[in-house]
Design a protein around this ligand. Structure first.
Ligand SMILES: C[S@@+](CC[C@H](N)C(=O)[O-])C[C@H]1O[C@@H](n2cnc3c(N)ncnc32)[C@H](O)[C@@H]1O
Length: 237
């Protein structure tokens, strides 16, 4: 079922984060690296959804030097960075949920983006009716510590079981604990990677929640935040 998303706000938030994204997107970089490691065969035509600043695009270009790569992102500032980083990729600025591409792709791939789609099943059925699908996203255990302090992320993150019910894909899940210098630094990282709504709302309540976070989730070197990484793949041919 489609969920309601404020796409304009999401897009603006990623546009604003374009200049700071690479310095803070360590986890997203890891998703992209792990995803490319799962790509097999010799795809001639690759479609990438939500290319951002081009981290995954550049890895794809190195791994498949001969492939035609079409990379899509609706945030112009993000897309411009992919264009500069991988000049021979075809970069399209568009909402992937509004896009129609006539061309068939051997591989459709996406890192840290499908959680931002209102109707990922319909979008993937339209854009990738055939070929291999490799997707990486975040599961609902992500930032459980934040929720425990009273900060409720507005984006619904689907579980492995929900994704399996939605799409004919195999899903693998792994947890990653990341240490940040403190709760405020953690929240800053979310903002600088474009995660909409991080730190919005009543400032007093936010300050209290962050103090609680610093107390409850202290570890050597700062505080811990858990990411649940989900890897979705169509069965290898
Ligand atoms: C967290 S970033 C991930 C970027 C890149 N794949 C990476 O791994 O670093 C998510 C990207 O998806 C883009 N995005 C989100 N929803 C989108 C949509 N409906 N259509 C096109 N791009 C979208 C955002 O603009 C952003 O650049």
């Amino acid at each position: 079922m489609a969920q309601h998303l404020d796409k304009d706000r999401i897009r603006r938030s990623f546009d604003r984060a374009a200049a700071t994204y690479d310095a803070h997107a360590r986890v997203q970089e890891r998703l992209a690296t792990e995803l490319v490691a799962r790509a097999d065969g010799e795809p001639e035509r690759i479609l990438e959804l939500g290319c951002g600043t081009g981290t995954l695009t550049a890895l794809l270009r190195s791994r498949f030097p001969e492939a035609r790569i079409v990379a899509v992102d609706f945030a112009e500032e993000m897309a411009a960075r992919t264009r500069a980083r991988v000049p021979d990729a075809e970069v399209i600025v568009a909402d992937v949920e509004q896009l129609d591409l006539e061309e068939p792709f051997d591989l459709t791939i996406s890192a840290a983006t499908i959680q931002w789609l209102a109707d990922p099943a319909a979008t993937l059925a339209r854009l990738a009716p055939a070929g291999r699908l490799l997707l990486a996203t975040f599961g609902p255990r992500t930032f459980w510590q934040l929720r425990a302090t009273g900060i409720e992320p507005t984006l619904h993150l689907r579980s492995a079981a929900e994704w399996e019910a939605l799409l004919p894909l195999e899903v693998e899940s792994e947890e990653l604990d990341v240490v940040y210098p403190g709760a405020r630094a953690f929240l800053r990282t979310l903002k600088r990677t474009g995660t909409a709504n991080a730190g919005r709302g009543d400032p007093g309540a936010l300050a209290r929640a962050l103090r609680l976070y610093d107390e409850r989730f202290a570890v050597p070197g700062g505080v811990v935040a858990t990411y649940e990484l989900l890897f979705l793949a169509s069965p290898a041919p």
